[in-house]
Write a protein that binds this ligand. Structure first.
Ligand SMILES: Nc1ncnc2c1ncn2[C@@H]1O[C@H](COP(=O)(O)OP(=O)(O)OP(=O)(O)O)[C@@H](O)[C@H]1O
Ligand SMILES: [Mg+2]
Length: 607
């Protein structure tokens, strides 16, 4: 039997698209305040927005009738007809946000226009109006959203941690404050001030949000060609980050994620920027209104441009010229293709820069593809094709048991290219990658210490200080206690600095500024893993941490090591339960057994 759904049910379903989490409520309400011409916007949160989200503005306000209309679906003052969709000047246009919010929360709206004597106070719960009063109020609008998803228990249950929510909310407000420097923004969480950004210009906003270190490092960008303008600030490559979280791109004041523009920026830096890094950039792009389509994604995060190639060229050149003016010599990255047109299906949400790919910022071919082309076998994990390179199953475990007898059987024959150890064992010829081996040993020791809750910690003689932004401060604040369990002691210092006081001793004593920045990025990417009790073997962030430290500290490919060192490296590796792969699944060593060697020489093999 087919029935027509009632309005509340329809709105609840639709709300799922627009309102995913507290951060989406903040986004929608603040965007409404901006559209209403406010010059001052205050956001107040409790419990990461799960308990309360309040947005107070001094904008146009609504009259009584409009206030009642605003919470209905498809009611908007921002567009009137379909053609208007192609020249949208406001942040909102669907007339969906308030209707969605009131269907999944307990909401109070207070609003008054300057010309009205009395304002309106409405109380709506689950789409039902419980109260509708005319009262005296200050001009502007205040909307309070309590207990989000109180009537959708499944969604409420699956809300992410307070730290994750604060990371998203703070980051989004940061973007809006940068996009609209003429508006004062403030954010207060659990009675603690998180962002205070008084109105000013872009550089004063950068200064009040990111701190003076980053503001001082800013290099101006300004380039105009016909109706196109690229304006803002970039920083020299030494300020680059592992993640793309410092790429602030605005098109017509709308914070956006867009691959074409990101690629153009990275290309503008040429070879000055390492492959796996992204710079700190604040860029405002102006193009004719009818050349941008903001209606491609339900949350409007992604946009499409009708003249992408032109935009690509302009952004690349603007970045390059500014860097050159600041005294840097920029060489083009020849290995990478220039502008690649966006395919239609690339506009799907999956096209957004994948978050969980910390070490691969640019889309380089996967290592397996690259190696296949070179014609040698790629061994990822212990699969069938490499079986004859490895000892029979369970042999790894038997090494452990017969440690002593095994010792005699490893004979180091040499080290080639200062990278690969060659040894003879009772199984055959052993080839070991010294760097991968060392990384694996360190990783296993670290996991073991975590399991035993006995981390050897190294206090840094001089704590290292890293510049951070408000969203990162929220993350560190939320994870500080958990991180102690992994051997990291961090302290928040002022609004834009964090001090790293100690690190697990397995990582070594020295930690550079660059490494410290990468650590913060890894923590950010793994908030949920760090704040939940996850089994040490399943912690991805531990692998990432060990690997970034290993790249700098443990034995690297190309380092000369003594034969005795090589011997103990292999011995220690063989003691592990899974000695054959590094934490990220690449091989640490392979054994060319007798059968394989005899096959190569086409001898008859009799076992
Ligand atoms: N803070 C505010 N001040 C003044 N008017 C507001 C405010 N918030 C909402 N409104 C009015 O309520 C209407 C509905 O808001 P709503 O966010 O639901 O839709 P929208 O902003 O038009 O579109 P979208 O769904 O894309 O956000 C707006 O068009 C606007 O007229
Ligand atoms: Mg809106």
């Amino acid at each position: 039997m087919i029935i027509e759904l009632d309005t509340l049910t329809i709105n609840k379903i639709a709300a799922g698209e627009v309102i995913e989490r507290p951060a989406s409520v903040v986004k929608e309400l603040v965007e409404n305040s901006i559209d209403a011409g406010s010059t001052q916007i205050k956001v107040v949160l409790q419990e990461g927005g799960k308990k309360l989200i309040e947005v107070i503005d001094n904008g146009s306000g609504m009259n009584h009738d409009d206030a009642l209309l605003s919470i209905k679906r498809h009611t908007t003052s921002k567009i009137a007809k379909a053609e208007d969709l192609f020249s949208i000047a406001s942040l909102g246009f669907r007339g969906e946000a308030l209707a969605s919010i009131v269907s999944v929360a307990q909401v109070e709206i207070f609003t008054k226009r300057e010309k009205d004597e009395l304002g309106t106070h409405i109380h709506v719960e689950g789409g039902k109006i419980l109260l509708d009063n005319k009262i005296s109020l200050a001009d502007g609008t205040k909307i309070a959203v309590r207990n989000l998803f109180y009537n959708v228990p499944v969604r409420r249950k699956f809300l992410k941690s307070e730290t994750t929510e604060m990371n998203h909310i703070t980051e989004y407000l940061t973007k809006l404050a940068l996009a609209f420097p003429k508006i004062s923004f403030s954010l207060v969480h659990n009675n603690r001030s998180v962002i205070t950004a008084p109105k000013g210009d872009l550089i004063s906003q950068i200064n009040s949000i990111f701190g003076k270190n980053i503001a001082k490092a800013c290099i101006p960008v300004s380039k105009t060609e016909e109706e196109y303008t690229v304006k803002g600030f970039i920083t020299k490559p030494e300020f680059s980050r592992k993640s793309r979280d410092y790429l602030y791109i605005f098109v017509l004041n709308r914070p956006i994620v867009n691959k074409v523009i990101t690629d153009a920026i990275l290309r503008g830096y040429g070879t000055a920027l390492p492959h796996d890094r992204a710079p700190i950039v604040f860029l405002n792009i102006k193009i004719p209104k009818n050349e941008i389509d903001v209606n491609v994604h339900p949350t409007k995060r992604e946009v499409r441009f009708s003249k992408e190639a032109k935009l690509f060229g302009l952004v690349e050149l603007a970045v390059k010229e500014s860097l050159e003016k600041s005294g840097l010599e920029i060489f083009e990255r020849v290995s990478e293709p220039k502008y690649k047109p966006t395919m239609l299906d690339q506009h799907s949400p999956s096209n957004v820069a994948p978050k969980k790919q910390p070490s691969q910022i640019r889309s380089s071919p996967s290592p397996s593809l690259a190696q296949d082309k070179l014609g040698y076998k790629v061994v990822k994990t212990r699969d069938k094709s490499i079986d004859h390179f490895l000892p029979p199953p369970h042999k790894g475990a038997s090494y452990q048991k017969h440690e002593h007898s095994q010792k005699k059987l490893i004979k180091i024959l040499g080290i080639i290219k200062d990278t690969y150890i060659i040894a003879e064992t009772n199984e055959g010829l052993l080839l070991c990658d010294q760097h991968a081996a060392h990384e694996k040993i360190n990783y296993s020791k670290y996991v073991d210490q975590i399991k035993r809750k006995k981390i050897n910690v190294q206090s840094l003689l001089a704590p290292i200080s890293v510049s951070i932004k408000p969203s990162e401060l929220e993350v560190i604040n939320g994870l500080k206690t958990n991180l102690m369990e992994y051997g990291f002691e961090l302290e928040i210092f002022g609004k834009n600095e964090i001090l790293i006081r100690s690190i697990p001793s397995i990582m070594g004593v020295a930690i550079s500024y660059g490494l410290a920045k990468d650590l913060i990025d890894i923590f950010k990417e793994n908030i949920d893993q760090i704040s939940n009790q996850v089994k040490p073997e399943d912690l991805d962030f531990i692998k990432d941490i060990v690997s970034i430290f290993a790249c700098r500290r443990s034995i690297k490919a190309g380092d000369k090591i003594a034969v005795s060192e090589a011997e103990s490296l292999i011995e220690n590796l063989l003691k592990l339960e899974e000695p054959y792969t590094c934490p990220h699944g690449r091989p640490t060593m392979v054994i060319l057994n007798q059968k394989y060697i005899e096959e190569i020489f086409q001898r008859d093999y009799k076992s």
